[in-house]
Design a protein around this ligand. Structure first.
Ligand code: MGD
Ligand code: MGD
Ligand code: MO
Length: 748
């Protein structure tokens, strides 16, 4: 029997053939993701967590700070006894230290499926248990998520659906893509992407004569079909290039005075900053010749021009600046709010951008408010654990790190996503208890005290949906729960029973009853608007339902042109912000600016490492699957290096290399290619952190986060800065260690 299902990277159907799970992309997906082929490995892999497991020291000696996390064996225990112990520990921490001592930021992508969505479940549970310290913003867009509301308006409203792929296909003459719009990235959208439309839209624009300009250290950041002009400035210098382009527009009188006057605030301030920062100034910083910068500025001023800024640019120190300077550049061209023109942040970085919203809301599991007001910007987690009680700056406020004793994670992998993993390990050593729900033995699970085995989506029923994708999918179970794995919801319900609030947590509903209730909201919205509105039973039997699209009308940015104010301090696009200026942050002044990195490449560590998103998987998920494995060499992640840099180091294509800096080291397999800029090496994220030995933290598998630096983007946003760091690379001498990354720890 073929069953409908969905993942963040696409809708599919699954069936069993000769004992193997077979996955078939949705028939209406024009460009299905190869990541789908990682899915079959999930059902019965040896790396699955089979039974509740507890670090021996915690089980035998009780909670407390320790440097043994990640270095000790686990004991397998029964569900009832581990839930009893865990409930007692939660009660102890609440009683002795208060709810802010529980950190439930629990950042992570979890899986598609709106009811069993791990973060929704954990936040509901911890909120009902009395509250917790939470996290705000994301690793994805931390800098932009704080900046954009100051300078352009409400984040979702001015990013997701204002410029769409249909508009680009039909209207755009020039696409200037900072950080590119890599097809590897738009494979993915939270909740599911049933139709991958990006390639066809770009090809259609190209067919109409549109020109694509790629600004990126990596050529594959735009598909070869669009024949992009490739400019490769030094990483981290995009703001300087944008300022040089803006200067040229200004002095050659190519800017749109009327748009700047009517729809922008702060132009005089920015124009004063631009004085003297001409194309020659920019060329010296970014390495693109001044004449090329001037020619590009002139090209931008002709026809319909779209400036896009990928998320990667802001996942770096001073990451606010390229977003703001890109917006200012587009504002000077005067096309914000025109179809296929203006500015778009994040377009092409993810699959749910660039599409109109559905006409009706999709089924979701409503979040519950946290009764406690205690939070950190998400990427400051290690700072919080290492500096309890200390103050820090964030978006104009002075906040204090809480004193956290218990960390609870469900649906995320901090040993994948966080920077400077040695520091993270030290930080987690300070807490009394670290609890993780996982389906597989990730590095995070291996560093936990209590590991509770979770089912995967393949083992439960759910509804898959995303707000800008038309397809709602009935996700049907294709396998029995693995060993003793339970749904996160069931685990929290059992803990809630021990803590006296099971009835409030479940509201007396079975998971199926929750799905019906979630569907009913969408069904009613469909009926109210006069669209076909199947009942839950009809939807479930059909396996899917297609929602009607909302208007593709440019949203609030198009409305700006007709006089509707934006949600900013002046109601206009802010080319300078008095509010941000009033914070007095030298690392984020009151207008877009070029700020040099505080840790540039040096004689000792002369290369920029770009650690971007992997093409072969979503982050660390299903790293043991077929597509992910096929992208490696001898089980090791692949690092791209320019022939010039390889030759200078005696590195041959396919050879094992060692990347290192003053924070750590990892091994990788070299791919020598001129698709990467000289002076830059690229190693994607997601290979599971695999230390060489208990005392040597060198990752033999190729996880770049042993090298990245754990600092915030600026005091404004405190966003993740994992994308760029400096390293040295050398050929590995001797016989490289065999990579055994995907296996359980010793279990007693
Ligand atoms: N150096 C560097 N680091 C980065 C980035 C970068 O550019 N460079 N990018 C950052 C970005 S943008 C992001 S979004 C983060 C991503 O970081 P994460 O979102 O933490 O990464 P994932 O690998 O998706 O982790 C999800 C985990 O949840 C588990 N999981 C999936 N479904 C379920 C479920 O139903 N229940 C439970 N209990 N567990 C489940 C998976 O097995 C997996 O281990 O990484 C960030 N880290
Ligand atoms: N296949 C796959 N797709 C994904 C994900 C995944 O894990 N796998 N993760 C998803 C998530 S959670 C997110 S947030 C998005 C992230 O979306 P992005 O952050 O945009 O994605 P990245 O691949 O990290 O970076 C895009 C490109 O930016 C370029 N770049 C890096 N530094 C610079 C710079 O300083 N200047 C310029 N001009 N270019 C630079 C790199 O060459 C890189 O390939 O991706 C999403 N898509
Ligand atoms: Mo992300």
């Amino acid at each position: 029997m073929t069953l409908s299902h969905s993942a963040h990277w696409g809708a599919f159907s699954a069936d069993w053939a000769d004992g193997e799970l077979r996955v078939t992309p949705h028939p209406r997906d024009p460009d299905p993701s190869p990541v789908l082929h990682n899915v079959p490995a999930a059902v019965r892999n040896a790396v699955r967590v089979a039974r509740p497991a507890v670090r021996r020291g915690w089980w035998e000696k009780g909670p407390g700070p320790t440097d043994r996390r990640g270095r000790e064996d686990f004991v397998e225990v029964g569900w009832a006894e581990v839930l009893d112990r865990l409930a007692a520990e939660l009660r102890r921490v609440h009683t002795d230290h208060g709810p802010t001592a529980v950190y439930g930021g629990s950042y992570g992508w979890a899986s598609a499926g709106r009811f069993h969505h791990a973060q929704s479940q954990i936040h509901r549970f911890l909120g009902m248990a009395g509250g917790y310290t939470q996290s705000v913003n994301t690793y994805s867009g931390g800098a932009a998520e704080v900046l954009i509301p100051h300078v352009l308006g409400q984040f979702d409203a001015v990013t997701r659906s204002v410029v769409t792929w249909d508009q680009i296909a039909a209207h755009t003459d020039t696409v200037l893509a900072f950080g590119g719009m890599a097809l590897k990235n738009s494979q993915i959208g939270p909740g599911g992407v049933s139709r991958h439309v990006e390639r066809a839209a770009m090809v259609a624009a190209r067919g109409r004569g549109a020109e694509f300009v790629l600004v990126s250290p990596l050529r594959p950041d735009l598909p070869p079909e669009v024949g992009a002009r490739w400019l490769a400035p030094e990483p981290g210098t995009d703001a300087a290039l944008m300022i040089g382009l803006a200067h040229t527009l200004m002095v050659e009188d190519l800017h749109d005075e009327a748009f700047l006057r009517e729809h922008c605030a702060g132009w005089e301030t920015y124009a004063a900053y631009l004085q003297g920062r001409d194309a020659v100034w920019a060329a010296e910083i970014c390495g693109i010749p001044a004449e090329e910068i001037r020619a590009l500025a002139r090209r931008l001023a002709r026809g319909r021009t779209l400036v896009t800024v990928s998320q990667s640019l802001q996942r770096a120190e001073h990451g606010e600046q390229p977003v703001w300077a890109g917006l200012a550049l587009a504002a000077m061209l005067g096309q914000i709010g025109l179809p296929g023109g203006g500015f778009c942040y994040g377009l092409g970085s993810l699959g749910h951008y660039g599409r109109p919203r559905n006409a009706v809301p999709v089924p979701t599991f409503a979040r519950r408010p946290n009764p406690v007001r205690s939070y950190i910007p998400v990427a400051r987690v290690a700072d919080m654990l290492l500096h309890p009680g200390e103050p820090f700056s964030y978006d104009g406020s002075r906040l204090t790190y809480p004193d956290v004793r218990l960390v609870y994670w469900c649906g995320g992998n901090p040993f994948h996503h966080h920077q400077d993993l040695a520091r993270l390990q030290r930080a987690l050593g300070r807490v009394d208890t670290f609890v993780v729900h996982e389906s597989v033995w990730t590095a995070t699970a291996r560093h936990a005290d209590v590991v509770l085995p979770a089912t995967t989506t393949l083992e439960r029923e759910d509804i898959g949906a995303g707000g800008t994708d038309p397809l709602v999918v009935a996700m049907k179970p294709v396998a029995e729960p693995f060993a003793e794995a339970r749904d996160d919801h069931a685990i929290f319900a059992a803990l809630a029973a021990r803590l006296g609030f099971e009835e409030r947590f479940t509201e007396g509903r079975t998971p199926r009853e929750w799905l019906v209730r979630m569907w009913e909201r969408t069904e009613k919205a469909l009926a109210d608007r006069g669209f076909p509105a199947p009942s839950f039973e009809e939807f479930w039997a059909a396996g899917e339902h297609e929602l009607p699209p909302g208007p593709d009308d440019g949203g609030v940015l198009a409305a700006l042109r007709t006089g509707a104010p934006l949600h900013t301090e002046s109601g206009k696009v802010q080319l300078a912000s008095e509010v941000i200026a009033s914070f007095g942050y030298a690392d984020c002044p009151g207008h877009p600016a070029w700020l040099p990195p505080s840790e540039p490449p040096s004689a000792e560590f002369p290369l920029w490492l770009v650690s971007n998103q992997p093409a072969t998987r979503l982050h660390s998920q299903l790293d043991f699957g077929a597509t992910s494995a096929a992208g490696k060499i001898d089980g090791r992640e692949v690092m791209r290096i320019h022939p010039q840099d390889a030759e200078a180091r005696g590195i041959a294509d396919g050879a094992v290399v060692r990347l290192h800096n003053d924070r750590g080291a990892c091994l990788a397999a070299a791919r020598v290619t001129d698709e990467v800029r000289a002076g830059v090496v690229q190693l994607p994220t997601g290979a599971w952190y695999t230390p060489a030995t208990e005392t040597d933290p060198t990752c033999v598998h190729g996880n770049p986060n042993v090298l990245t630096r754990d600092v915030g983007s600026s005091r404004l946003a405190q966003g993740c800065t994992g994308q760029l760091t400096r390293v040295q690379v050398e050929a590995y001498r001797g016989s490289p260690p065999v990579v055994v990354a995907h296996r359980p720890p010793p279990l007693g």
